[in-house]
Every structure is written in structure tokens, then in C-alpha cells.
Write a protein that binds this ligand. Structure first.
Ligand code: NAP
Length: 293
């Protein structure tokens, strides 16, 4: 059953589950640089509970946010989970103690990550895990894909998604194994992955844009500070982030944005984008704002 508040954005099928097309990403629930605990863990738990209360049923997370911090907060705030909540994790990354990001894409690393997700999230199976590709990693893409399929076969994960892949990798994967979803950086300001979005739409695969508000791993939202949007905010009554999310929702039925935030106020503002309908002239102006891709 789909909760009511996000109905206006429509639903999509994610790994066999019907979910509203606006989700939530947990990366902002940690300390600075996605490392360590947040300044206000109570607010982090409130954000997660409010997201579910408002109808979010797709939550993107990863054991390496924190590390462990984001997943622990998810379990503290939401376990036992609503039956229709789809937790989506990522395997393939890891962290050094200096907070830098490294690849962990070898089959045994992917399996260890999946086992860590199960323990932290307190589930017997993670519904979807993205294979988070790291360009330049000393591993073969098809070998990592097969390692993910083995995790499905062994019941640790319910389905395989792909993250940070190009169109060629997506095509290769589609010929080899079922692909539940794709998650690349994509949004109003960065359309570099447009070809992957369109391929997902053609194949009926949800695309979960990360950085949908134009953030960077260590930085704030570029959308939230983009003054080029101010004429449109005045004309529509929507905020900058709402315009960016509404644009995504109207741009392609494949898109299921997963905006991140550490604040209930921002969460509520962002999820209200589900109710916005942008006129064609507004969409055309937003179409022209891309700074990449
Ligand atoms: N697959 C991957 O490799 C990958 C990579 C990166 C991220 N992700 C996922 O994608 C999710 C989304 O990406 P993201 O969180 O990094 O970036 P984002 O959604 O583009 O932007 C998040 C940033 O925007 C700010 N923000 C949110 N709502 C706002 C509002 N209404 N007004 C002003 N500022 C606002 C947040 O600050 P506040 O906390 O102050 O609201 C935060 O700094 C992540 O949480 C993560 O789950 C996946």
C-alpha cells in the first residue's frame, strides 16, 4: 500500500515494490564529509521518521556513510520497518580513517559489505543493493556483476542495481542479469547521464538520481544557491529545490529522486515538490539551466 502524501508524484515499481517517485537518501545524516556521527542524532532520526510518515518508501543508504552511522540511524528510527519500505544500499565503496573514499569491489569485499548491511539494518535480506562502480578500480566489471548476482542467489540481497555506470556498462549488464534500478549523479544542473536516463526509461527501469539538488560529497546544494532560479521561484511560488525536484519528476517517468537532507524542514520542503505541476514554459526555462551534460 502506498502512503498518501506523495501520491501526486505517481508511483514506480522498484524491485517488485510499488513506491512513490520521491525517495530519500541518508548521506547527509552523518558528520562532516560523510564521516562520524551527526551533530544532532535526534534530528537525524526525526528526518527518517518524518520521511516515512510523509510517504517515502524508497530510502537509499550505504554502510560506508559514517561508516555505519547512517545505517544505524535508519535501524534506530525505523526498525521494525513498514512492510512496503524498500531499503536500497550500495556495495563497492569503503572509507579510510581520513574520510577518503576507496573502492571495495572485489567479490569478497562486496559480500562483506552485504553482510554488514544486514547486521546494521537488522534485516535478513536487503531488497536492493547497487553495485557502486568506481572507475579505475582494479577489477573487472562483469566479475563484480557476477558477484552481485551470487549475493541474490544466496539471498543476501533481493535485487541488483547499478550505480555510477555509463551507457555501455548498463547495456552489458542488461544482457547478463536483471537490473532493478540505476543510480547516477543527475539533476537540473548536471545532465551528463541523460543517455542512461533515457535507456532506463526505454527499459522500464527506475533511475534514482543522486545529487538531485546538485550537491557534491563534501559540499552543499548548488541548486539551493542558484540565483538564476529566482525569477521562476517568484513566478511559481515554489522554492529552488522544489523546482529542481519537480523538474526531475516531469522530465522522465524513470526518475525517482532521492534528495538528502539533515533537517526536517528541508525534508518537508523537498517532498512538497510532489504536488507541483510545472507549465511547459517553466520546464523549457529549466531545461536550459544545465551547466554539465
Ligand atoms: N550512488 C552513489 O554513489 C551516491 C553518491 C552520492 C549520494 N548518493 C545518495 O544520493 C542522495 C542524495 O544526494 P546528496 O544528499 O549527496 O545531495 P543532494 O540531494 O543533491 O543535496 C543535499 C544537500 O542539499 C541540502 N539541502 C537539501 N534540501 C535543501 C533545501 N530544501 N534547502 C536548502 N538546502 C537543502 C542539504 O543540506 P541540509 O542537510 O542542510 O538540508 C545537503 O547539503 C544521498 O543522500 C545518498 O543517499 C548516492
Amino acid at each position: 500500500m502506498v502512503a498518501m502524501a506523495l501520491d501526486a508524484a505517481g508511483t514506480t515499481t522498484l524491485a517488485g515494490h510499488e513506491v512513490p517517485r520521491l525517495g530519500y537518501g541518508t548521506m547527509r545524516l552523518t558528520g562532516p564529509h560523510v564521516y562520524g556521527p551527526p551533530a544532532d542524532p535526534d534530528e537525524a532520526r526525526r528526518v527518517l521518521r518524518r520521511a516515512v510518515e510523509l510517504g517515502v518508501r524508497a530510502i537509499d543508504t550505504a554502510w560506508y556513510y559514517g561508516p555505519d552511522v547512517a545505517n544505524e540511524l535508519v535501524a534506530e528510527a525505523l526498525h521494525p520497518y513498514p512492510e512496503d519500505l524498500v531499503l536500497v544500499t550500495k556495495l563497492g565503496g569503503a572509507r579510510r580513517p581520513d574520510a577518503s573514499w576507496i573502492a571495495a569491489l572485489r567479490p569478497e569485499e562486496l559480500r562483506a559489505g552485504a553482510e554488514r548491511d544486514l547486521r546494521l539494518l537488522k534485516v535478513e535480506q536487503v531488497p536492493v543493493a547497487h553495485l557502486r562502480w568506481m572507475p579505475g578500480a582494479p577489477v573487472d566489471f562483469t566479475e563484480t556483476l557476477d558477484a552481485m548476482t551470487a549475493l541474490v542467489d544466496d539471498g543476501l540481497i533481493g535485487a541488483v542495481g547499478l550505480s555510477n555506470v555509463d551507457a555501455g556498462q548498463l547495456e552489458l549488464a542488461l544482457g547478463r542479469t536483471p537490473v532493478a534500478c540505476v543510480s547516477n549523479a543527475y539533476g537540473l544542473l548536471d545532465r551528463t547521464s541523460e543517455d542512461v536516463v533515457q535507456r532506463c526509461a526505454a527499459a522500464g527501469i527506475p533511475f534514482l538520481p543522486f545529487f538531485p539538488l546538485g550537491a557534491t560529497p563534501g559540499g552543499a546544494s548548488a541548486v539551493a544557491t542558484d540565483e538564476r532560479l529566482d525569477d521562476l521561484t517568484a513566478r511559481t511560488g515554489a522554492t529552488r529545490t522544489q523546482l529542481a525536484l519537480a523538474w526531475l519528476l516531469q522530465h522522465s517517468p524513470a526518475l525517482l529522486p532521492i534528495p538528502g537532507t539533515s533537517s526536517v524542514a528541508h525534508l518537508e520542503e523537498n517532498l512538497a515538490a510532489a504536488d507541483l505541476r510545472l507549465d511547459a514554459d517553466v520546464v523549457a526555462e529549466l531545461d536550459a539551466l544545465a551547466t554539465a551534460g
